[in-house]
Design a binder for this molecule. Structure first.
Ligand code: CTP
Ligand code: MG
Length: 228
């Protein structure tokens, strides 16, 4: 049994629209509907918990999608708080040993083959796994004056994407420890790394972008129309 947790309690400040970006229309459906359908599409995914903002007025009220249960909970001030709230709202039948997929509501272009690969690799890994993309640009380290002081080797650098797959109990403990230490935890793998674990990097498509600005929404529209 695998469940998904989808943090959807953000406000979309950088996007700058009145409506949070996860509720904007994309190819005829709200962004979040694409993200939810993409994770629920996998046969091993049994249901999803969606973490919503306390004052969310846009959630369409789904109780199931394609026959799989959709449960909601109230998220928190930062993404990691929302993920933790989602983990805590999973049904009691999801044991600490079971796998949980965490996927951003703002990533509507997840491809079926990427999810299939992540699930296959992650479920066979002692720690868990995340989708990630190798860094392509030349990376510069700036000095305090904003001048290019050095070029960083990009050979070992990856951009973390979602979904990320970890066991319910281990991820909950890792997030609690990192948040308790006052860290800004920007993905699940970071919390695992902090306790000495090394999640497996599974190369995913660049199409799986996170909608951050209006240009990303236009690009997502194009990518979905083009298909995987
Ligand atoms: N998220 C969340 N709870 C928060 C902050 C973010 O559940 N307190 C979710 C967002 O809804 C999104 C995902 O985490 O699905 C990734 O966050 P991000 O892209 O940063 O979205 P926002 O926080 O909404 O955008 P911004 O940072 O521009 O305000
Ligand atoms: Mg944010």
């Amino acid at each position: 049994m695998t469940w998904a947790v989808v943090p959807a309690a953000g406000r979309g400040t950088r996007f700058g629209a009145e409506t949070p970006k996860q509720y904007l229309m994309l190819a005829g459906r709200p962004v979040i509907e694409h993200s939810l359908r993409a994770v629920l599409d996998h046969d091993d995914v049994d249901g999803v918990v969606v973490a919503l903002a306390a004052d969310d007025h846009d959630w369409p009220g789904w109780r199931d999608i394609g026959g799989k249960p959709v449960i909601t909970c109230i998220g928190g001030g930062e993404r990691a708080d929302s993920v933790l709230a989602g983990l805590q709202a999973l049904p009691a039948s999801v044991s600490d040993d079971q796998w949980v997929l965490v996927h951003d509501a703002a990533r509507p272009c997840l491809r079926r083959q990427d999810l299939a690969r992540l699930m296959a690799v992650g479920q066979g890994d002692p720690v868990g796994a995340l989708l990630a993309a190798p860094v392509r640009d030349t990376l510069k380290r700036a000095d305090q004056a904003g001048r290019s002081a050095a070029t960083e080797p990009r050979e070992w650098l990856w951009r973390a994407l979602t979904p990320q797959l970890f066991r319910r109990g281990g991820l909950t403990r890792a997030l609690l420890a990192a948040l308790g230490a006052g860290l800004k935890v920007t993905d699940e793998a970071m919390a695992m790394e902090r306790i000495g674990l090394k999640p497996c990097l599974v190369e995913g498509s660049e199409d799986n972008l996170k909608i951050t600005t209006p240009a990303d929404l236009a690009l997502a529209e194009f990518l979905l129309a083009r298909g995987g």
